[in-house]
Design a protein around this ligand. Structure first.
Ligand code: 4NP
Length: 161
């Protein structure tokens, strides 16, 4: 059975496309690529149709990942298509849950990505910080957070579940 996972941030140019690529690579390295279908999307429509931020692509390339995502906005149909919808921060999660007429099953698909971060348990701050306005080393810091969280997510999804 395929598990479909959607990674969501605000712009879909920094955190969520990177999380998508890192999770895909993490699953591939574990020999589990065929268990998953992944995508990413933004709650905001300002960058729709564009590639990811060049700093996102640069940090991905520095870690041997190709990131060729085209930005798209979250759509109502995503709540049916995907099994898990993982928000990068609380605001993204709140925006997802504000879609109209979600069923309890659809709402239950929405979680914070860092619920799977082994270093975040019990933390007050469960957000993946947005590196968009910060220094470029913010992308490396976010990369490390996404990588360990992707491993935690993969471990939580038992093979063939
Ligand atoms: P992201 O970062 O949500 O991680 O893709 C942002 C990208 C763009 C904007 C904000 C955050 N923006 O306001 O344009």
């Amino acid at each position: 059975m395929t598990t479909r996972i959607l990674f969501v941030c605000l712009g879909n140019i920094c955190r969520s496309p990177l999380a998508e690529s890192i999770f895909k690579e993490t699953a591939a390295q574990a020999g589990r690529a065929d268990e998953f279908e992944v995508d990413s999307a933004g709650t905001y429509d300002g960058h729709v149709g564009h590639p990811a931020d060049r700093r996102t692509r640069a940090v991905a390339a520095a870690h041997g990942l190709t990131l060729d995502h085209t930005v798209r906005q979250v759509a109502q149909a995503d709540f049916d298509t995907f099994d898990l919808i993982l928000a990068m921060d609380f605001e993204n999660k709140a925006d997802l849950l504000s879609f109209s007429a979600l069923t309890p099953e659809q709402k239950a698909k929405v979680k914070l990505f860092r619920e799977y971060d082994p270093l975040a348990r019990g933390s007050f701050d469960m957000n993946v910080p947005d590196p968009y306005y910060g220094a470029s080393n913010g992308f490396e810091l976010v990369y490390a957070m996404l990588e360990r969280t992707a491993k935690g997510l993969l471990a939580s999804l038992s093979p063939q579940s």
